[in-house]
Ligand binder design. Sequence first.
Ligand SMILES: Cc1ncc(C[n+]2csc(CCOP(=O)(O)OP(=O)(O)O)c2C)c(N)n1
Ligand code: SF4
Length: 286
Amino acid sequence: MEKEKYRSGDPIAWCPGCGNFGIINAVTKALEGLETAPEQVLLVSGIGQAAKLPHYVRANCFNGLHGRALPVAVAAKMANRKLTVIVTTGDGDCYGEGGNHFVHNIRRNVDITVLVHNNQIYGLTKGQASPTTDTGYVTPVQIGGVILEPFHALQVAITLGAAFVARSFSGEIDHLSDMIQKGVRHKGFSLVEVMQPCVSFNKKNTHQWYKDRIYKLSEEGDHDPQDKMAAYSKAAEWGDDIPIGVIYRRESETYGQKSGLSEKTPLAEKDIDKIDIGELIEAFRI
Ligand SMILES: Cc1ncc(C[n+]2csc(CCOP(=O)(O)OP(=O)(O)O)c2C)c(N)n1
Ligand code: SF4
């Protein structure tokens, strides 16, 4: 299958040099590798630069409210188990506005893949601090520098027992594509966090900044992603050396298995022609 098969013709509105270009290339490469037909893929997003990605991919797309992609994605997967459901979301969208959904959908463990474009800034709204902006970073709003500690998403996900947690970099397209494919194949809630330079509003975490720090866990060789404490310590590693790769994974029952829904016919396959909603409508009549 060719890469173009997964690209819509929509004009791309990202700045030249934005890390999102690497991410979309990795997404289409991953879909190619997974051999998933466009009609079997659902991309779900909220609001932000990251959330625009589904517009540029030829697949099913649901673009909703800021921070609210996860509930839509979870419901869609429960209603149609045949879909490959991927959320594309920003650090603000997922960890800020959508923080509650992030926490509780890890606990639910529905079989979806969440791709967080972490540019450590609010890109679409021109550079305010997001939950992952480094302490001390000066923005047009935080003029004296950010006073808060960043939100440690990977550590939180591991603590909550997420099924699959990986980190990658938008400048490493093959690596990122591999992480997306592994996340999609792993049953349960998969988090793939992508370090993504925002060339317009984050002047600290640039392409070069990441290139100087990133190393691949697969080349180091001795990390066991099933060891929770080892995973926790790799997730916390941030500074001169930043690991990328599969940080944590575990086999655990999905929401469908826990609830028994996996044994039942999903909504999308039910014969709705025979359902009479007349009685329900009558109940609401004044
Ligand atoms: C409920 C709500 N609050 C705020 C906004 C304004 N808003 C739109 S995009 C955005 C920030 C997006 O940042 P992020 O999720 O990190 O994505 P990026 O644009 O950096 O990819 C904000 C605050 C909104 N649309 N809805
Ligand atoms: S503002 Fe930043 S995140 Fe948005 S398109 Fe430009 S470089 Fe990319």
